[in-house]
Design a protein around this ligand. Structure first.
Ligand SMILES: [Zn+2]
Length: 398
C-alpha cells in the first residue's frame, strides 16, 4: 500500500504500517483516555494516558493477529500471501492469488472473526480469573479494586468482540461478505454471479451506515455529531471498497478460465505454445511476389511475419498483399504493404491461451505473432485455436 512503512516479518509474512495508522493511534488513545477518565476519576492523568496508549497498541496487536490468521490460513491452503498492512480502519492482508475453491475462501474469510472472538474470550476469561472487580464494565460500574490492567483486559474483550462482529457484516469486501460470496459461489458454481451478489450487499450495507450516520448525527449534540460522522465515514469507506473490488474482480474474472467452476477447470492452463503454428517468415527486403509465393506454399497459411535481422519488423496478410495489382507484385517492395511492428499486437509462447483468444476477439484480429524476446517463434491464428480445441476434445480422457 502506498504511504506505508515496513515494520518487520512474522512467520515470513511482511508486516507494514500505513501513515493513517498513526492518526488512528492518536484518536483511539484520546477517546480511551476520555472513557477511562469517566470510569475511574481517581486515576492520575499519567495513569489515564499510559493505560489508553497501551490499550490502543494492544488493540492494533489484536488486529494484527486477526490479519495474520487470514494470511496463515491462506498460505496453508496454497495461496500466495503478499503481506499485511495496518491502517486507520484496521488491517488488510494482500493475497496475490485468489482462492481456487469456495471452501478455501470460506475458511480464509471466517478465520479472522473467529480469531477476534477467541481473543475476546481469552481476555474475558482473564478478567474472571484475575480482575473480577472490573467485570462490571460490561454493564454497570467497575468495583473499587479494578486496576488499569484489569480495565485494559475488559476493554480488549469488548473491542475484539466488536471487531469480530463488525467484520462479519455481510458486505463485500468485509470478511462476512467474503463468507457470503464463498457460500453463493458454492451454491451457484459461478464466481462472477456470487461476486455481484456480495458486492451489491456490500453497497447496501455501506448506504445503511451512511444513512445511520446522518440520522445519528442530526439527533443533536456534539457527541452525536461525532458518532454520526464516524458512522458515515465507515459507510463511505465500505462503499469505495465495494466498488473497487467490483472493478478489480471484473478484470480478474474476465478470462474464461477463471469463470469456470473449479471442478470443470483444467488443472493446467494451456499456453499459446501448444496451439501456435510455425510462422511463414519473409525478409523485409522481399517483394510482394516473394511474400505471396511463401504464404501460398505453406498449407493453410494466410499471413507471414516480416523479419529484419531476425527480429519482427511487421506482419503481412494475403488480404494486404492482394490490394496490390498483380502487375506490380514483383516490383513492389514488401515494406509498402506491411503492417509495421509498432502496430502489431504480439503474445509470448507462455501466454495463457485464453488470454490470446481474448486479444483476438477484442481487437478483431485474425492472427497474432508469437515472440520470445522480440524474435518470432510462431503465429497463432483463429483457426489454430479451433484446431487446438478440437484436438483436446477428441483426445482420450486419461
Ligand atoms: Zn478479517
Amino acid at each position: 500500500m502506498e504511504g506505508s512503512f515496513r515494520l518487520g516479518r512474522i512467520a515470513g509474512i511482511e508486516i507494514g504500517v500505513h501513515a493513517s495508522w498513526v492518526i488512528a493511534f492518536g484518536v483511539l488513545t484520546f477517546f480511551l483516555a476520555q472513557s477511562f477518565g469517566d470510569l475511574f476519576p481517581r486515576w492520575s492523568s499519567a495513569t489515564l494516558w499510559l493505560t489508553a496508549a497501551v490499550g490502543a497498541l494492544l488493540l492494533f496487536a489484536c488486529v494484527l493477529i486477526h490479519e495474520l490468521s487470514h494470511a496463515l490460513l491462506a498460505r496453508a491452503r496454497g495461496m500466495s500471501v503478499g503481506g499485511i498492512t495496518l491502517f486507520v480502519f484496521g488491517g488488510v492482508t494482500s493475497i496475490h492469488s485468489e482462492a481456487e475453491r469456495p471452501e478455501d475462501e470460506f475458511w480464509m474469510a471466517l478465520v479472522g472473526p473467529l480469531a477476534s472472538f477467541a481473543l475476546a474470550a481469552t481476555a474475558w476469561l482473564l478478567v474472571q480469573r484475575f480482575a473480577a472487580a472490573c467485570g462490571g464494565l460490561f454493564g454497570g460500574w467497575p468495583g473499587r479494586g479494578c486496576t488499569p490492567t484489569g480495565a485494559l483486559l475488559v476493554y480488549l474483550a469488548q473491542a475484539n468482540l466488536l471487531l469480530g462482529l463488525f467484520n462479519l457484516i455481510p458486505g463485500f469486501p468485509l470478511d462476512g461478505g467474503r463468507v457470503l460470496r464463498a457460500l453463493a459461489w458454492g451454491a451457484f458454481g459461478d464466481l462472477r454471479r456470487a461476486t455481484r451478489l456480495a458486492v451489491r450487499l456490500g453497497q447496501g450495507v455501506a448506504y445503511v451506515f451512511i444513512l445511520l450516520g446522518i440520522v445519528v448525527g442530526l439527533r443533536g449534540g456534539l457527541e452525536m455529531l461525532a458518532h454520526g460522522i464516524w458512522l458515515a465515514f465507515i459507510g463511505w469507506f465500505l462503499l469505495n471498497a465495494a466498488e473497487a473490488s467490483e472493478r478489480q474482480l471484473a478484470l480478474r474474472i474476465a478470462g474464461p478460465a477463471s469463470t469456470l467452476p473449479a471442478a470443470q477447470r483444467p488443472a493446467r492452463v494451456p499456453t499459446v505454445a501448444e496451439a501456435m503454428r510455425a510462422p511463414v517468415l519473409v525478409s523485409a527486403d522481399a517483394t510482394v511476389y516473394d511474400a505471396l509465393e511463401r504464404i501460398l506454399a505453406a498449407p493453410g497459411a494466410r499471413a507471414a511475419l516480416v523479419v529484419d535481422h531476425g527480429r519482427l519488423a511487421g506482419l503481412v496478410s494475403l488480404a494486404d498483399l492482394h490490394r496490390v495489382p498483380p502487375l506490380w507484385w514483383s516490383a513492389t517492395p514488401l515494406r509498402r504493404v506491411v503492417v509495421p511492428v509498432e502496430s502489431v499486437v504480439a503474445v509470448g509462447p507462455d501466454t495463457p491461451l485464453h488470454e490470446a483468444v481474448r486479444l483476438l476477439a477484442l481487437r478483431d484480429l485474425n492472427q497474432v505473432p508469437v515472440l520470445r524476446d522480440g524474435t518470432p517463434v510462431g503465429l497463432l491464428t483463429r483457426a489454430d485455436v479451433l484446431h487446438y480445441l478440437h484436438r483436446q476434445d477428441s483426445a482420450p480422457v486419461a
